[in-house]
Design a protein around this ligand. Structure first.
Ligand SMILES: [Zn+2]
Length: 397
């Protein structure tokens, strides 16, 4: 058993759900902050807990290069290493290999690439990407895929999609044979973890040591470029392989937003209703709310933290650039409608000063507010969905 997914209310394609993982329950739709190298830049774990972060994402490519999978594995996986007892997810490493490595070489076997840190040569195959993710020990891990570049000719997008389907099957085979090797599986260590309210998480069938101890969950990834027909075929063939959850990858790679929207909508139609759906790497606050209502259950994006480091802040009154001179004497809070620890304490004038003076605290405070804004956006969406029709509990993964 890896995860359980229960849909609690629906209206049209939108769904409110609960995703139970080895390290806790996630209310969906959920926004997942990105902790690239086992840290959300500038924001400590206790603050992430206070913000109500339910699940954190780590990047396999970065963690594999530094500090290395063995270091993380020996410390109990990501949970133990970064002292984070709530759920985690790692990507397959594919996206970074494709976005950070112009000299990569792709073959049927896998991808040869050079480290962006020291130029050393490495190979990721579906098998080695699985081994890395099992060692990192996230609750949800991703099949190794090729992120098709944009724009791409149809034949190129087809070949890439088909390679991803073959890699998905190899990923699953390797995972099924090695899933018992996850660092936390053999012990009681952190499997029963504390939840937001401090209470202990337990599910009846998930007692460590009884043989029913949960494993990681491996998700498949749908590719196919910006071609609806290729996306349909990718979805059907990936579902045929069979995963407890499905991701839509290869979007937000430079295409216009209408295209992203259209591809998401047309891909969702071909994904099973009773499995969680994860839209990778997408979204402004407005967009994540829209995608949630289209039936996406999970989303991640570096935008809130990356924008924050550039002084770009999302507020209920729109996006603002805190560096602007008009805020120099502004005594008001960053966002009057936000109750985060930044907005309830500091003025726009102070935040503008920190940014202008290039102070570290500017990045910290800006990141906390933007994350809070994203998480609040999703909380509002979930609160609205709680008023939808109650859906009879359906199949479990
Ligand atoms: Zn705020």
């Amino acid at each position: 058993m890896s995860i359980q997914f229960q849909i609690e209310a629906t209206r049209g394609p939108a769904r409110l759900g609960k995703l139970t993982t080895a390290h806790g329950v996630i209310e969906t739709p959920v926004f997942m902050p990105v902790g690239t190298v086992a840290t959300v830049k500038g924001v400590s774990q206790d603050v992430l807990e206070e913000l109500g972060v339910q699940i954190l994402l780590g990047n396999t490519y970065h963690l594999y290069l530094r500090p290395g999978v063995d270091v993380v594995r020996r410390m109990g996986g990501l949970h133990g290493f970064m002292s984070w007892n709530r759920p985690t997810l790692t990507d397959s490493g594919g996206f970074q290999v494709f976005s950070l490595n112009e000299l990569r070489k792709v073959t049927e076997e896998g991808v040869t690439f050079r480290s962006h840190l020291d130029g050393s040569s490495h190979v990721f195959t579906p098998e080695s990407a699985m081994a890395a993710q099992i060692g990192l020990g996230a609750d949800i891990i991703m099949a190794f895929d090729e992120c098709t570049e944009y724009p791409a000719e149809r034949e190129r997008a087809r070949a890439s999609m088909e390679l991803t389907v073959r890699w998905a099957a190899r990923s699953k085979t390797y995972f099924d044979e090695h899933k018992d090797e996850v660092p936390w599986r053999s012990s009681r260590f952190s499997v029963l973890s504390s939840q937001n309210d401090g209470s202990s998480f337990t599910t009846e069938n998930w007692e460590p040591g009884t043989g029913n101890c949960p494993t990681q969950a491996l998700f498949g990834i749908v590719q196919g470029g910006m071609d609806r027909e290729l996306r349909r075929e990718s979805a059907l063939r990936t579902v045929e392989i069979g995963f407890p959850g499905y991701a839509i990858g290869g979007l937000s790679v430079g295409e216009p937003r209408e295209v992203t929207h259209e591809i998401v909508a047309s891909t969702l139609e071909h994904l099973p209703e009773d499995k969680p759906r994860y839209l990778m790497g997408v979204g402004t606050p407005d967009e994540i709310a829209v995608y949630a209502k289209m039936g996406v259950d999970m989303m991640d994006c570096v935008l809130p933290t990356r924008a924050a480091r550039h002084g770009l802040l999302f507020t209920s009154e729109g996006k603002i650039s805190i560096k602007q001179a008009r805020f120099a004497q502004d005594e008001g809070p960053l966002d009057p409608a936000c109750s985060c620890r930044v907005c309830s304490r500091y003025s726009r004038a102070y935040l503008r000063h920190l940014y202008a003076a290039n102070e570290l605290l500017a990045q910290v405070l800006n990141s906390i507010h933007n994350l809070s804004f994203y998480l609040d956006t999703m909380r509002r969406v979930r609160a609205e969905m709680a008023g939808y029709d109650i859906h009879p509990p359906k199949s479990k993964v």
